[in-house]
Design a protein around this ligand. Structure first.
Ligand SMILES: [Mg+2]
Length: 186
């Protein structure tokens, strides 16, 4: 694919989770990532940023949401994204943490971004479809002399450690550390 691919964190970038932070400091993750998330206000600057990136380009753009929120909160999160007018808020664009996954955030984000890149066929996957696509692209390139341009990829997160880990693993990604207030670990 060509165009622009935007991968954006939710908590601290789009969703203001300040009213839940007391539970995070007590390491009560079930409450921090519980139904109180429905009461998050949106961070207007974050919403404006992702909408600007989605709309400012002439080539096709896609946005994915990569979050440390657990899978069991998928419906709540999708409803929130839609209610707060976040672009392309669909289930197949939302990558969440498995309910029993307690790994550090940078490790999770690298894995999520790798999966998104594979699903978008930006990088090859170890499956038949990925292999056939690579062969097809090579044949097309030989016949036409044209090579499909890779997309421009942006990764937006409020945690600089997440941005550092993702851009370290995938140097072609442009990392944006963005957040009105630094919220460690979310
Ligand atoms: Mg965050």
């Amino acid at each position: 694919m060509s165009g622009v691919l935007i991968i954006c964190d939710i908590d601290g970038v789009l969703a203001n989770c300040e009213h839940r932070l007391e539970h995070l400091s007590r390491k009560d993750y079930d409450i921090f990532y519980g139904t109180k998330m429905a009461d998050d206000t949106d961070i207007e600057e974050g919403r404006l940023l992702v909408n600007a990136l989605c709309n400012a380009v002439t080539s096709p753009s896609a946005i994915y949401y990569a979050t440390g929120r657990p899978e069991r909160m998928r419906n709540l999160t999708l409803n929130w994204l839609e209610a707060h007018l976040m672009p392309q808020a669909r289930s197949d664009r939302l990558y969440m943490r498995k309910d029993v996954d307690y790994r550090p955030s940078p490790e999770l984000k690298v894995e999520q971004i790798e999966q998104i890149l594979k699903d978008r066929e930006v990088i090859g996957g170890y499956n038949l479809i990925g292999w056939l696509k690579a062969v097809s692209d090579a044949v097309t390139s030989i016949i036409t002399g044209e090579k499909e341009q890779p997309p421009t990829v942006y990764f937006i997160d409020d945690d600089p450690e997440n941005v550092k880990a993702v851009c370290g693993r995938f140097p072609f990604i442009t990392g944006i550390t963005f957040g009105t207030k630094r919220m460690e670990g979310v």
